[in-house]
Design a protein around this ligand. Structure first.
Ligand code: ADP
Ligand code: NI
Length: 213
């Protein structure tokens, strides 16, 4: 078990690093992902210390906001400073490097139950009512239309294309959010995802009804 003081240090450090971020990656996201991860870990097992560290630090290396290599180095340095052992540090870094949805175009370099759980916990926060809220707040932050019937959803073939897309927020549901339920790793997350998925379908149905399509 990591001691409470070290944990608080790391939490505060991560929180500071994230304050420069957009609306989709705020600290409440980390709190929600931690809660999701805890729930999944209680059912599926896995090393909670590793999961917790990866959850707290995973968005510090999000390549939309920071240079990833540099961020990973900073994270490693911080964990060393806090006397976390090297095996745990390496595991946490591997998880952070492999967690993102946009990494699905590159070969995974790591597999572990802990990665599966952190990935599931993060993806669950992108769907359901909270996922809807995050998508529209992200879209608003980027100044995007929330819907434009003249622009069809796109299929992306690589991370650059996905990142540089300027498509309306409703399209993001078809390009990513509705695909997430089938990408869950653990049985527990699959079950949670189904409920959230159905809610998004219901939302879209009502949205298009009101739009008059
Ligand atoms: P990941 O870090 O897993 O690759 P992203 O960083 O792309 O995921 O997404 C972070 C949050 O921002 C998610 O809630 C996601 O749905 C939202 N988001 C990302 N891209 C868009 C977009 N084009 N339109 C609306 N929301 C988006
Ligand atoms: Ni995240």
């Amino acid at each position: 078990m990591i001691n409470e003081k070290v944990l608080i240090e790391i939490e505060e450090w991560a929180q500071n690093k994230l304050t420069e971020c957009d609306t989709g990656h705020d600290w409440w996201h980390i709190i929600r992902v931690r809660n999701n991860a805890r729930y999944i870990q209680e059912k599926e097992g896995g090393d909670w210390d590793i999961i917790l560290l990866a959850v707290l630090l995973h968005d510090v290396a999000d390549n939309k906001f920071f240079d990833e290599v540099e961020a990973l180095m900073l994270i490693e340095q911080k964990l060393k400073e806090e006397d976390i052992d090297q095996i745990s540090i390496d595991h946490v870094l591997k998880i952070i490097q492999n967690i993102s949805f946009s990494k699905r175009w590159s070969a995974s370099t790591h597999e572990s139950l802990e990665l599966k759980i952190v990935q599931d916990a993060d993806r669950l926060d992108a769907i359901g009512a909270i996922g809807i809220a995050r998508a529209f707040s992200y879209g608003g932050h980027r100044g995007r239309d929330f819907y434009n019937p003249d622009i069809a959803p796109q299929e992306y073939n690589n991370a650059e294309m996905y990142r540089s897309s300027n498509s309306p927020t409703i399209n993001h549901f078809y390009e990513k959010l509705l695909l997430l339920k089938d990408s869950m790793n653990t049985k527990t997350a699959k079950k949670m995802a189904l409920d959230r998925h159905r809610f998004m379908e219901q939302f879209l149905k009502q949205f298009f009804k009101e739009w008059g399509d």
